[in-house]
Design a protein around this ligand. Sequence first.
Ligand SMILES: Nc1ncnc2c1ncn2[C@@H]1O[C@H](COP(=O)(O)OP(=O)(O)OP(=O)(O)O)[C@@H](O)[C@H]1O
Ligand SMILES: [Mg+2]
Length: 335
Amino acid sequence: MPMAFIKVENLRKDYRISRRSRGFLGLLANLVAPRYTVKPAVDGIDFSIDKGEMVGFIGPNGAGKSTTVKILSGILHPTSGSVTVDGLVPYRERKRHVQRIGVVLGQKSQLWWDLPVYESYDMLRYIYKIDKARYRANLAMVQELLGLAEFFEQPVRQLSLGQRMKADLGAAFLHDPDILFLDEPTIGLDVVAKENVRNFLVQMNRERGITMLFTTHDMQDIEKTCRRMIIIDHGRKVYDGSIRDIRAMYSGERELVVELAEECLNLELEHARVVHQDGRVKRIKFRNADIAVQDLIGHLNRHYAIADLELRDTEIESIIREIYRDGAVHSAGVR
Ligand SMILES: Nc1ncnc2c1ncn2[C@@H]1O[C@H](COP(=O)(O)OP(=O)(O)OP(=O)(O)O)[C@@H](O)[C@H]1O
Ligand SMILES: [Mg+2]
């Protein structure tokens, strides 16, 4: 049997968090015997990814996504379990590993803050020992596809969020990586910029066969780019399978709670329904697939006087809730 390209087995990562005692005696105690609590951030995750796959990696805040990505990138050591990426153990064979991977962390630029983008790129060319012809070709490609020319000479710290993300994305491709780890590369981007990033990634995956693990909070990112999705929650895998299947199995219904300024018995809604009402407070259910939140709110705003609005959980949180409710964890949904 051929070995999986990326293989993660029973992966665990505990963070040690120091627990400080208070007061003078506590201060002494902290010095003599520091105490720790252990936080399991990744709590026994398994998955494997084939060469050329593009997989969405999704889950609520604190689920363990970034921790997993950091371990796969060789930035962090796991507490236990095993990881191989194209036959290498990332955190042991870092030097060879980093030559093969690209990493984009939406929250943190990999570029030099004070250098113009082109000088950062030059540095990367030097660090990765990219030969001239290859560098030129890759640079021309990312410049064209991402439209870098406009800000190529500006220091990274001056760039807008969207420009910075494009610069970071381009940088990740200069050394021809086989694998790309993306941790929220669309965070904070507007609709158009998100679409550009998605298209760019899909193109890189299709044309160059680059294997990608794509973390995001935006389900649309995944729906528009990946066929397969892994969902984690509290450090555990709760779903691994196709996006089409999860759409068929779970509604992913979200809830909007609206308080109207005036009484109204029957709200008229399209693609959404009132599931509960208590005087002027209405609980409305809807699916992202049927109507966008802003359209639903826009509709309410046009037709009713709204006193207050509260959007309860994201689509992914709602799907996770449904998965738990069905008891599907570790059975049907998980492959
Ligand atoms: N350096 C650290 N020290 C201690 N705890 C940490 C550290 N980094 C992360 N954690 C904790 O580990 C858990 C998983 O964090 P992680 O950043 O992997 O989550 P995430 O899925 O990426 O969340 P988000 O969607 O918010 O980015 C969280 O409870 C977090 O508080
Ligand atoms: Mg994260």
